[in-house]
Design a protein around this ligand. Sequence first.
Ligand SMILES: [Zn+2]
Length: 243
Amino acid sequence: MESTVASKLEALMRLQQIDSQLDEIRRVRGDLPEEVRDLEDEIAGYEVRVNKFDEEIQGLNDTIAARKQAIKDSENLIRKYEDQQSNVRNNREYDAITKEIELQRLEIQISEKKIKEAYYQIEQKNNDIAGTKQKLEERRKDLDSKNGELQVIVSESEEEERQLLAEREAASKAIEDRLLSAYSRIRQNVRNGLAVVAVKRDACGGCFNTVPPQRQSDIASHKKIIVCEHCGRIFADVEQKVA
Ligand SMILES: [Zn+2]
């Protein structure tokens, strides 16, 4: 069964009323839901940062352990070379071993420098972790209080919102897809969320531009869907003028 233009307009008006009530609920909630989301994102970011620092410290500790082992190895080699030196047959052999010992001492110096650097970096990262954890603590407190506020506000309108959303789904089903997507598009593009308006006092109820008399009678006849030539909103009806 083909629905008439009049019934389509009626369904659109119904949908608009529901959406306007939902808009009002969301207006009362204000920026709180977004603030809560932002805080959650920020907290997640800090947690990632702390984990990253922890991993980096683990890596530095591994470096320190490896360098300490390298120093022990070099010391063992040096002891071995020194033993060999007491049994050399000539100066050339003695000098060659001396060079090896010097090389190992140099290796030890490099390792000691790397260990010092690693300890310094660990200290820096621990400071960063402490600072980040402090911010994390503050943000978690903010989140708790914002969440508390939001829960109070949401609980006041939760049931109403649930009902409206159910009504919205039923109302949407009565409207063909093409018209429904046009409606959604208009709603997104207008400031007050009104996609369906009436002509009031000879003007568009959305943008307040004048609607000529001939157009008004076309609108009032409900024979076809007419949109405002200025703002694109759908005209559902012409409000009766108060005499
Ligand atoms: Zn308009």
